[in-house]
Write a protein that binds this ligand. Structure first.
Ligand code: HAM
Length: 422
């Protein structure tokens, strides 16, 4: 019988990578604290309608990519393909409009989309999601973009490009939609099949097509900015002014529409050259009508999500630092059997002091234990035998230099701590 493997497009994050993820999430947590965002944990699956109504029936995500199943009572449930709709549901369900607005939340966890797997694109992937709910002020859009920029800056990423656009609102978008259809109509026969299907149902999605020929045609298409109503135009202006004020360089892209239907006004992405075709490290924007689409009152919101796999890939590509490398501080090695109990006790004394420590439980020779210590990337070995016990000392060996010295048991913890902060 063949060994059962993980399904296509999903991956195990092993210890040689998981510490990098932890660094990214810890950094995000610090930036979230600095910006005043609180962490929430949301369900992995939700009622299917939340996504079909929230994200939009004619989007690729809802049409082709959702993992939807019936539970045992016949209810249609979907593994979350993203977090924004869930965040808004959570806000509504818990009456958060009574709190100080905007309510600022962030979350991290796996999302699921049935996409064709490739570098940086998976069927289960992790997102850091940041949302500000309950305010329509352009300063909040600015805060969201800046959060993303500061996060990537703190992680040491460089050569990123912030791309912005405004996708308008239900007042001005229909006019633009018609102008776009008129332009596209005269090139209809040249469009790819998918875009021909999009023509009636969702013509704005043609702007997002990855087909080279469609992109060429759309280069000359009219842009939404020329059709924005006064309110959307002023809003966009203020967001851009804010970015200039904060020194955030950005590029305007008239064809940036994003793949989810809930966006209004600001849409933005942060792109990296490191990622090839899947070049968006993060994407986001404003979604003032999403709460109504899922049955709630008007709650404006803005946010972004960044893929952890893509952040880590970009950081690796740019040789960024991931903080402390994995490995333990201390390996307790036993020189002879009579020291085994004292060694076990020492191991837990060290661990209780929040210093990472390990030992061998299988009775290996001292030299094998020291090999094990280097495999575990320990900094120090604390060697304990009958001679040490008699003298009340521990032989402390620096595993990088090979130098060793006897340290009195009473001053051992101080010695270890001084050493490991070096
Ligand atoms: P999105 O652009 O669909 O937006 O996804 C955001 C980010 O998730 C992408 O920029 C990418 O880094 C990552 N991502 C998306 N799909 C995959 C995949 N298949 N494999 C690996 N990484 C992926 C949203 O999800 C919106 N909810 C963002 C948002 C929040 N808008 C407002 N608030």
């Amino acid at each position: 019988m063949d060994i059962i493997k993980a399904p296509r497009g999903v991956r195990d994050v092993l210890p040689d990578e998981s510490w990098k993820w932890a660094y990214v999430v810890e950094t995000a947590r610090k930036v979230a604290d600095a910006f005043g965002y609180d962490e929430v944990h949301l369900p992995i699956f939700e009622h299917t309608e939340l996504f079909s109504r929230g994200i939009g029936d004619s989007t690729d995500v809802v049409e082709k990519e959702m993992y939807t199943f019936k539970d045992r009572s016949g209810r249609s449930l979907t593994l979350r393909p993203e977090l924004t709709a869930s965040m808004v549901r959570c806000y509504l369900e818990h009456g958060m409009s009574k709190r100080v607005q905007p309510v600022k939340l962030w979350s991290v966890g796996p999302m699921f989309r049935y996409e064709r797997p490739q570098k940086g694109r998976y069927r289960q992937f992790w997102q850091l999601d940041v949302e500000a709910l309950g305010s329509g002020a352009p300063e909040v859009d600015l805060e969201i973009v800046t959060f993303a920029v500061y996060l990537f800056g703190t992680l040491g990423l460089s050569n990123l490009e912030v791309v912005v656009n405004s996708v308008g609102c239900p007042a001005c978008r229909p006019v633009y939609r018609e102008a776009l259809k008129e332009y596209v109509g005269s090139n209809y026969d040249e469009l790819c099949k998918t875009c021909q299907n999009r023509f009636e149902r969702n013509p704005l999605r043609i702007l997002d097509c990855k087909n080279e020929h469609c992109r060429e045609i759309m280069k000359e298409s009219p842009g939404m900015v020329g059709y924005l109503c006064d309110e959307c135009s002023e809003h966009f202006q203020k967001v851009k002014e804010g970015m200039s004020l904060l020194g955030i360089s950005y590029k305007e892209d008239k064809n940036l529409v994003r793949g989810l239907d809930y966006y209004t006004k600001t849409a933005f992405e942060v792109l990296s050259g490191e990622l090839g075709a899947q070049n968006a490290v993060c994407g986001g924007g404003r979604y003032d009508n999403l709460a109504e689409a899922i049955g709630g009152p008007h709650v404006p919101g803005v946010g972004f999500a960044a893929g952890i796999e893509r952040i880590v890939l970009t950081m690796e590509g740019q040789g960024c630092d991931f903080g402390r490398k994995p490995g333990i501080d201390v390996f307790v090695a036993i020189a002879d059997d009579s020291a085994r109990k004292a060694g076990l006790k020492l191991l837990y004394d060290i661990r209780r002091d929040k210093v990472s420590a390990d030992m061998d439980y299988s009775g290996k020779s001292l030299s094998s234990q020291l090999k094990m210590a280097s495999n575990k990337k320990a900094k120090l070995a604390c060697i304990l035998g009958s001679a040490e016990i008699q003298k009340g000392v521990v032989t402390v060996k620096d595993l990088a230099s090979g130098l060793q010295e006897e340290v009195h048991q009473n001053s051992l913890m101080n010695h270890i701590k001084q050493y490991i902060v070096r």
